[in-house]
Ligand binder design. Structure first.
Ligand SMILES: C[S@@+](CC[C@H](N)C(=O)[O-])C[C@H]1O[C@@H](n2cnc3c(N)ncnc32)[C@H](O)[C@@H]1O
Length: 253
């Protein structure tokens, strides 16, 4: 299988992660850092199965960004599917490799269950604090200000001499100019998170979206493989990577 995009140690595959896992080398990756569809964002089943643009974009305005797939599973199938991909991806990690999976408050219990069922050793949570511009339905609410990373290791957590301890909370607001996917993560947040991966080693993001994890890896001297099912998002990721590789910022490194 040929990558959709490949340059300077960064590869992006277009396809379902389960089609791509078998072509990757078991035990190669130091980190799995990924942001799967949350299958959240709605209380009723009809709202849950709505287009992600309606679920996650204020007033249904995607600001020209493409939609994405895989976000309509009900709770039981979400857990079963999560165990399935987490187990397959864990086999691609080194012994002691890290797993970090984004989720929100609604799906946190399901993701911690799936993570352990997939034989990761669950070691904690990292909060991403998006700040006070986060939405709250009305004044009686606490803001849904944080998303979370469930993190752990494939076996033992080895002592590190090169980095860490890593922050358990990151404060990073969402800027529209740095958002290339309707639920894209800030590039600077991902730059901080790729620190789990030693410089010169490889990470995997099996739900790459607009390629933010890969851009962060490239910016900070890591290698990486991404997988994304929607071609429109692959194209956005490829153009972002090209822009980085051709930027003065890269030339200086
Ligand atoms: C939450 S988004 C990732 C956004 C990304 N972190 C960013 O900053 O752009 C999840 C992505 O996973 C993709 N996806 C869903 N199911 C998939 C599957 N089975 N295999 C590969 N990609 C999938 C979706 O199309 C979507 O773009």
């Amino acid at each position: 299988m040929k990558p959709y995009y490949e340059r300077a140690g960064i590869a992006l595959y277009h396809g379902d992660c389960h089609e791509v896992f078998p072509v990757l080398e078991p035990g190669k990756f130091s980190v799995m850092l990924t942001d799967p569809p949350y299958c959240s964002g709605a209380a009723t089943s009809s709202a849950k199965t709505a287009d992600p643009v309606a679920k996650y974009c204020q007033n249904g305005d995607a600001k020209g960004r493409p939609t994405f797939s895989g976000d309509a599973k009900d709770q039981r199938s979400f857990v079963a599917w999560s165990v399935f991909w987490m187990s397959a991806c864990r086999r691609l990690l080194k012994d002691g490799g890290y797993g970090l999976v984004f989720t929100d408050w609604r799906q946190l219990p399901s993701v911690t269950d799936a993570f352990q069922a997939a034989d990761f050793t669950w070691r904690g949570l990292i909060a991403w604090d998006k700040g006070l511009s986060s939405r709250s339905p009305h004044k009686g609410y606490a803001r849904h200000q944080c998303e979370y990373l469930v993190w752990g290791t494939n076996g033992k957590c080895r002592p590190r001499a090169d980095a860490g301890p890593f922050p358990g909370c990151h404060h990073e607001s969402v800027r529209q100019a740095d958002k290339f996917h309707i639920v894209g993560k800030p590039t600077e947040l991902m730059v901080k998170l790729v620190e789990f991966c030693p410089v010169g080693e490889s990470l995997i993001d099996c739900f790459a979206g607009s390629g933010t994890t890969l851009v962060a890896a490239a910016k900070s001297g890591r290698y990486g493989v991404g997988i994304e099912r929607e071609e429109a998002n692959c194209e956005i990721a490829a153009r972002r990577l090209d822009r980085f590789f051709e930027s003065p910022e890269r030339q200086e490194n």
